[in-house]
Design a protein around this ligand. Structure first.
Ligand SMILES: [Zn+2]
Length: 145
């Protein structure tokens, strides 16, 4: 069975290989490997998540989650993986200054600014992520949304 087999089994090992293939093909292997976990959700195909450590003012444990009910075939799965990997790329580009500013905003109860700086909630699919999607769609003739 190869990566593009129609009869693949959705396992974390398989998803990890898709991450590697996408990282190689679309990101020149620039994204540090993170876990790709399977979740049981019928509401979404995938998530990019990370933990917010308010005590130490750091962001940690970035990870991608893919629903086990994800619609096939491979191309759809790759689109979801790329969607989440672009969130991860935006996350990786956060600077120390931005992260510090986000925690300052949180401490002054400015949750909206906190979310805006960290591209959370309504800001997740905002300008930066969206411009990366447009770039990659144009460059590789894809239909990520
Ligand atoms: Zn998203």
């Amino acid at each position: 069975m190869n990566l593009f087999s129609k009869h693949f089994e959705l396992t974390e090992k398989y998803l990890s290989k898709i991450f590697d293939a996408c990282n190689n093909m679309y990101f020149d292997n620039s994204l540090i490997k993170i876990p790709v976990n399977i979740i049981d959700s019928s509401e979404v195909n995938g998530y990019f998540k990370f933990d917010i450590d308010f005590e130490n003012k750091i962001l940690k444990n970035p990870r991608i989650e893919i629903s086990k009910t994800h619609k096939r075939p491979y191309e759809a799965l790759e689109r979801t993986m790329l969607h989440e990997m672009l969130h991860y790329k935006v996350f990786l580009e956060l600077t120390g200054g931005e992260i510090a500013a986000a925690f300052d905003a949180y401490n002054t109860e400015n949750t909206d600014l906190f979310n805006k700086i960290l591209y959370l909630e309504n800001y997740a699919h905002g300008n930066k992520w969206n411009s990366y999607v447009t770039d990659i769609n144009n460059k590789y003739n894809l239909k990520i949304s």
